[in-house]
Design a protein around this ligand. Structure first.
Ligand code: FAD
Length: 509
């Protein structure tokens, strides 16, 4: 058991944590960052390479003897390992999250989507939207290295046949199509296809980590922060709970090994504390600290306004679309059906149906790179969450519960059904046997949001109400849904909060 005294502690190394670390170190503050997952870069990448989708090793999966990704074949392992993709199972919802230095950026599809301005304003009525559009979104895009696929490459590569077919079908069904920016380098991808560099997106790597090409946080924010010499990242450090002390906070940490066993305990005393464990991680820390650390001053909103960004995974079997296509004379599908045996793992297209009052949704045209033609079109549909769920702490299991019921997600399934019905009517297609019973997965959550919402659990800059020098700048601040893939928004909000926190709360030093 060891004890440490430090000034600034950041818990979690995803988007919220990485922005906090960069802006603090750039302001000349020393920072310690704790991350429960592995530092995948340490010891020359000893635990890499990351696994592809088809042949996952145990570094694909967080402390489980089998992979847990949706749709993919299940692989089994002899030993549990602190792998990169976690799935937290609750009663009606399974929440996925990245584990390791870089958090979700290690496993996500890299889609860097700016939300609808009007919806952002609806979700955050107290924020100055123009300031976000002029300053914080462009800043986040720049720091995250966001880029766009060129039309020229998109139109000709076999690896985006799935997206071109998806766009042409959506167009034919009367939907609006948008091209979506990404943090995966499309210059790198072109070189992959030309055989000039090792393949990653074109070699079925994504949710178990990309070995190349993706500008995840350890290559952007965290790299810059480390270059200041003021950031110290400690991996395999899992925070249990926190307590308020006279001068700041005491943080109780379990040090784990790569099998997930607790090998030591650490107590860290800090003056300023930044909680950035992601929506579920941060909310869990707040609730655990309320119960175990006797922190009773939190606002009563802690745990509320939680949602899955209205995520529903759905798809269509396309075998019967060939004949329709010939009739419809839609592009390229005259000659072949299906989505292609070669598929990039990086999504670049979306269907924007947000303005429809009755069925507002945004659907990502997702790849399903199985290495062969599977005649399946896959979509991640994103919806509003008018009735948010809630996270609570249950002392009898010493863990959280997520309250997520039909009233929270029924409309998301209705929207997905409406979407699929229109697509099938225009293009052919039937429910996919590869997917869930009925073809809809509303129990999936790639985009957990909320639990410690901006302006409710915190003030308008992420300062936790009821406590001094306790901050949150991650996805927990966003109430339940933002209408598009969320990390660009999370990064922009973190930038906005950190600017004010550094300006006002570090003055006395
Ligand atoms: P996270 O990125 O989750 O970071 C939290 C970090 O804190 C983690 O590293 C975690 O291990 C650590 N942590 C948590 N609790 C503790 C603790 N108690 N002690 C120590 N460390 C702790 N979003 C998009 O915008 N575009 C996409 O294309 C996209 N694709 C996705 C695909 C997948 C498969 C998944 C799972 C997510 C995807 N997302 C995508 C969502 C996006 O990754 C998340 O919204 C984002 O990572 C959330 O950022 P965050 O900072 O809130 O938390």
């Amino acid at each position: 058991h060891t004890e440490e005294n430090i000034e600034n502690l950041v818990i979690g190394s995803g988007y919220g944590g990485a922005v906090a670390a960069l802006r603090l170190t750039q302001a000349d503050k020393k920072v310690v960052m704790l991350e429960m997952g592995l530092n995948w870069e340490k010891e020359e990448g000893k635990y890499k390479p990351f696994s592809d989708l088809i042949t996952p090793k145990n570094n694909s999966t967080w402390l489980n003897k089998a992979t847990q990704a949706p749709m993919m074949n299940i692989a089994r392992f002899n030993k549990k390992f602190t792998g990169v993709l976690d799935r937290m199972d609750f009663e009606n919802i399974k929440v996925y999250a990245g584990r390791g230095v870089g958090g979700g950026s290690l496993v996500n599809g890299g889609m860097a989507v700016q939300p609808k301005k009007a919806y952002f304003q609806e979700i955050f009525p107290d924020l100055n939207v123009d300031q976000f559009w002029d300053t914080y979104f462009p800043l986040a895009q720049k720091e995250l290295d966001v880029n766009e696929i060129s039309d020229e490459y998109y139109e000709q590569t076999p690896y985006y046949k799935f997206a071109r077919v998806g766009e042409s079908e959506a167009h034919h069904a009367g939907f609006e199509i948008v091209r979506v920016p990404n943090v995966y380098s499309f210059e790198y991808m072109k070189k992959e296809e030309a055989g000039e560099v090792p393949k990653s997106a074109l070699a079925k790597e994504v949710i178990y980590g990309n070995n190349h090409g993706k500008q995840s946080l350890e290559k952007t924010y965290l790299k810059k922060a480390l270059e200041t010499g003021l950031l110290n990242i400690q991996d395999l450090h899992r925070v249990d709970y926190i307590k308020k002390t006279e001068k700041g906070y005491t943080v109780y940490v379990d040090l784990i090994d790569t099998a997930g066993l607790v090998i030591a305990k650490k107590t860290i005393h800090c003056q300023k504390l930044f909680l950035n464990g992601g929506s579920v991680g941060t909310t869990k820390l707040l609730l655990a600290s309320m119960h175990k650390g006797k922190m009773k001053n939190f606002d009563k909103s802690v745990g509320s306004h939680w949602g899955n960004n209205g995520n529903v995974m759905t798809g269509r079997n396309m075998v019967n679309t060939l004949f329709n296509r010939v009739e419809n004379e839609s592009t390229e599908s005259n000659y072949s059906t299906g989505t292609g045996s070669k598929q990039s793992t990086i999504p670049v297209s979306g269907i924007d149906h947000w303005e429809d009052k009755k069925h507002a949704f945004f659907a990502e045209i997702s790849p399903l790179p199985m290495g062969m033609e599977v005649y399946t079109a896959l979509y991640l549909v994103i919806n509003k969450v008018p009735v948010p769920g809630r996270i609570s702490f249950d002392p009898s299991i010493n863990d959280i519960r997520i309250h997520w019921e039909e009233k929270n997600f029924k409309h998301t399934v209705d929207n997905a059904k409406y979407f699929i019905k229109k697509m099938n009517k225009a293009n052919g297609g039937t429910p996919s046997g590869l997917l869930w019973k009925g073809g809809y997965g509303p129990d999936i959550c790639y985009h957990p949001l909320g639990g410690a919402v901006l302006g409710k659990t915190t003030d308008l800059y992420g300062r936790v109400k009821g406590y001094e020098h306790l901050y949150i700048t991650d996805g927990a601040l966003v109430p339940a849904s933002i209408g598009v893939n969320p990390f660009l928004t999370i990064t922009a909000i973190a930038e906005y909060c950190m600017e004010e926190i550094i300006k006002s709360d570090f003055q006395e030093e």
